[in-house]
Design a protein around this ligand. Structure first.
Ligand SMILES: Nc1ncnc2c1ncn2[C@@H]1O[C@H](COP(=O)(O)OP(=O)(O)OP(=O)(O)O)[C@@H](O)[C@H]1O
Ligand SMILES: [Mg+2]
Length: 265
């Protein structure tokens, strides 16, 4: 398709490229690998379990995780009669990811960020999302072009920040938090992922990545701690199999995601 000319909004007066969504929530973090995509996917499914219409946009162009998390990595998107891309769907959540557009799952996208941004805008405007109660956005790590563009192109209802307990993570997340505060995106709160590990044989609790990191972060910046999710091999295994922990996991795990969703909504 011909490349669109883009009139960018500002963070003070963002465009609304998703008028079909009542609320838009971003899941972000300054740090890579802390479990943003896993948290984001499970929160989206937990919202759908409440009977809400939910869409999930994978804004991680260079490392799209959403197709595998939802077990749709072999699907390819099609186009409808109105020339709109048809989102994929699983667990009651509509999905769009650049991973659904590449010929193979190991096809790398070596794109300048301007091209990546214009693809994301296309995913907002040219996908047949239908009416949504929530559009959830899985952000790439960091505080860069994508985070800024999303805040300029969408009236974000808020951002959920994901961290692990150790300082190397909370340091990065504090920078992301300050960025979102600076650009006036409400912080819904912080999720502490991989908080603790309970040994399945003895029931002993181990704080592998330390304790209290997220609490301290929340206290320093006056934001809420939305919840703590344990480090659990079930979560990792279910992720790899495209099964959602909030559907197939242990009761304790399901509850931890569902409690966060209650707080968010
Ligand atoms: N609570 C958890 N317990 C066990 N494994 C987890 C947990 N949360 C996430 N993982 C695993 O950690 C890995 C990283 O998770 P994920 O891809 O969600 O992180 P991310 O922050 O989105 O990474 P990136 O910065 O690359 O986007 C995955 O293999 C996932 O299955
Ligand atoms: Mg991710």
């Amino acid at each position: 398709m011909p490349k669109k000319s883009i009139t960018y909004g500002s963070t003070q007066h963002p465009n609304n490229r998703a008028p079909y969504a009542k609320k838009v929530i971003a899941v972000s973090s300054g740090k890579g690998g802390v479990g943003k995509s896993t948290v984001c996917a499970n929160l989206a499914v937990a919202l759908a379990q409440k009977g809400l219409h939910v869409g999930l946009l994978d804004a991680d162009i260079y490392g799209p995780s959403i197709p595998r998390l939802f077990g749709v990595e072999n699907e390819k998107i099609g186009w409808n009669d109105d020339n709109k891309m048809m989102p994929s769907e699983n667990f009651g959540v509509k999905l769009m990811s650049v991973g659904l557009t590449t010929p193979k799952s190991d096809t790398p996208l070596v794109w300048r960020s301007s091209v990546a941004i214009s693809a994301l805008i296309q995913f907002l405007e040219d996908v047949a999302w239908g009416e949504l109660d929530y559009l959830i956005i899985d952000m790439p790590p960091g505080t860069g072009d994508v985070q800024l563009t999303m805040a300029q192109e969408l009236p974000l209802s808020g951002v959920v920040l994901v961290t692990t307990p150790q300082m190397l993570s909370t340091d990065d997340v504090s920078r992301a938090l300050v960025m979102f505060q600076d650009i006036k995106v409400p912080i819904l709160g912080v999720v502490e992922n991989m908080s603790y590990f309970t040994a399945p044989d003895t029931g002993t609790r181990y704080n592998i990545f330390g304790t209290g990191g997220a609490q301290k972060l929340c206290h320093t910046y006056g934001v809420s701690l939305l919840g703590q999710i344990p480090l659990d091999s079930d979560i990792m295994n279910l992720c790899d199999e495209g099964k959602m922990a909030v559907v197939f996991g242990k009761e304790e795990i399901k509850k931890s995601y569902q409690t966060i969703v209650e707080k968010i909504s």
